[in-house]
Design a protein around this ligand. Structure first.
Ligand SMILES: Cc1ncc(COP(=O)(O)O)c(C=O)c1O
Length: 419
């Protein structure tokens, strides 16, 4: 995930307990990676030790095994490790010969790297608006953006839920386009029983530390069922070297570190468990919003039928222009929250030459004004979630500050009936 510079650093909860009303409320971090690490520290250190003993830091067995295990997990024929999610996108574009003069259709509501990689490849990012229900690329808008220069569609499985792939795939087939899945936030997500990463020509993953499968630094991976493409991707990540310093094309130096692969293998074995914990947390938020009667002000994320949302982020919409006030109110109460993303990509300064204007993509712009990400990490406790929702209720004026806990069910307060 893109580091949100305004958000608290992962794992850094405010040191003091802010007082609200007359009750001190314990802080809730936006994410705390130390809790996950504590449980697996021994295994991670063993894996690192194993690597240091072998001194095989570049590619080698550790990377090959991780690639095999990840290909299995995603049900892909091939997986190719690389240096980052950004490079996974860039390498995919290079392997598909997409460059100057070409257009790639994508979402304006995503992390910068999605469109940045298209630009870096020398091609033109062409934005199409999102579906307000899912924040994902709207297939009809994508269809309207196709021109004779279009070479690929790059849908993003934003926040961990797959884009509406079937119409996008049909569109790609009809116009002879490649589909590059930006699955950087969506490892383990399903669409109609198939995993993210095998829903397009290539699937691109990031192992940025705060991702559901996060490394000890940067890392990325590409999945594909196309063996020819896989071979080319493996060559492109080592400067286009066929072997023996025989360079048949110009590639990159973009390999997944063996050290990252060793750490990620330990974590991959637990990914399902963590994903289910994220999903359970999402379910609990929905129940708490209802209990606190917040659903007129807060729109929880929707999981569409035949999807498995993996909740890399849990992004709600805050209505009536109150998002920034709510963010400030939560932070004042020591509750971590963040905005993904405050500025849609068509309005980024570096893309000014593309000629987009405010108002071009109303849904993406509305999302940028309304979204708020709440803590969702797997180790988040029930009482922490209750504090988050209590904080929301206070800021939205639904309960007095300092009143702790969720309301007791009515029967507890009912007077005993005298027989
Ligand atoms: C949607 C999306 N695309 C691309 C990337 C880029 O991945 P990385 O940071 O590993 O380069 C990220 C992660 O930050 C992302 O969230």
């Amino acid at each position: 995930m893109a580091p949100d510079r305004s958000a608290p650093k992962p794992g850094c909860a405010p040191a003091q307990l802010p007082a609200h009303g007359d009750v001190a409320i314990a802080p809730v971090p936006f994410i705390d990676l130390t809790l996950q690490h504590q449980k697996i520290a021994g295994e991670v250190l063993d894996a690192v030790q194993r690597l240091f003993s072998a001194q095989q830091f570049i590619l080698g067995d550790e990377v090959a095994e991780f690639e095999r295990e990840t290909a299995d997990y995603c049900d892909a024929r091939e997986a190719i490790g690389c240096a980052s999610g950004t490079d996974a996108l860039l390498l995919s574009l290079a392997a598909l010969d997409i460059g100057p003069g070409d257009e790639v259709i994508t979402s304006p509501f995503t992390f910068f790297a999605t469109a940045g990689s298209i630009w870096r490849a020398g091609a033109k990012p062409v934005f199409a608006d999102i579906d307000p229900a899912t924040f994902n690329l709207d297939p009809q808008a994508a269809a309207a953006a196709i021109s004779r220069r279009t070479r690929a569609i790059m849908p993003v499985h934003i926040f961990g839920q797959c884009a509406e792939m079937e119409p996008l795939w049909r569109l790609a087939v009809r116009h002879d386009l490649a589909t590059i899945e930006d699955a950087c936030q969506a490892i383990g997500a399903d669409y109609r029983g198939r995993r993210a990463g095998v829903l397009g020509t290539t699937g691109c993953f990031s192992f940025f530390p705060t991702k559901n499968l996060g490394g000890a630094g940067d890392g990325g991976l590409i999945t594909t069922d196309d063996l020819h493409l896989a071979k080319r991707l493996k060559r492109l990540r080592v400067h286009g070297d066929l072997g023996g310093y025989h360079h048949v094309e110009v590639g990159l130096n973009s390999r997944l570190d063996a050290l990252q692969a060793a750490v990620l293998r330990v974590k991959l074995a637990r990914l399902e468990h963590w994903t289910e914990a994220r999903r359970a947390n999402a379910q609990r938020y929905a129940e708490l919003f209802e209990l606190h009667k917040l659903l007129d002000m807060i729109v929880p994320p929707q999981e569409l039928p035949e999807r498995r949302h993996v909740f890399n982020q849990y992004c709600v919409r805050i209505r009536e222009g109150r998002r920034d006030e709510v963010l400030a109110g939560l932070r004042a109460r020591g509750i971590g929250a963040a905005i993904y993303y405050p500025q849609p990509l068509h309005l980024q300064e570096c893309f000014a030459s593309l000629g987009y204007r405010a108002g071009d993509f109303p849904e993406a712009e509305a999302a940028a004004r309304e979204v708020l990400a709440l803590p969702i990490f797997p180790e988040l406790s029930q009482s922490q979630q209750e504090r988050v929702v209590q904080g929301l209720a206070e800021v939205l004026g639904r309960r007095p500050a300092g009143q702790a806990g969720i309301p007791a069910p009515k029967f507890l307060n009912a007077k005993k009936r005298v027989a």
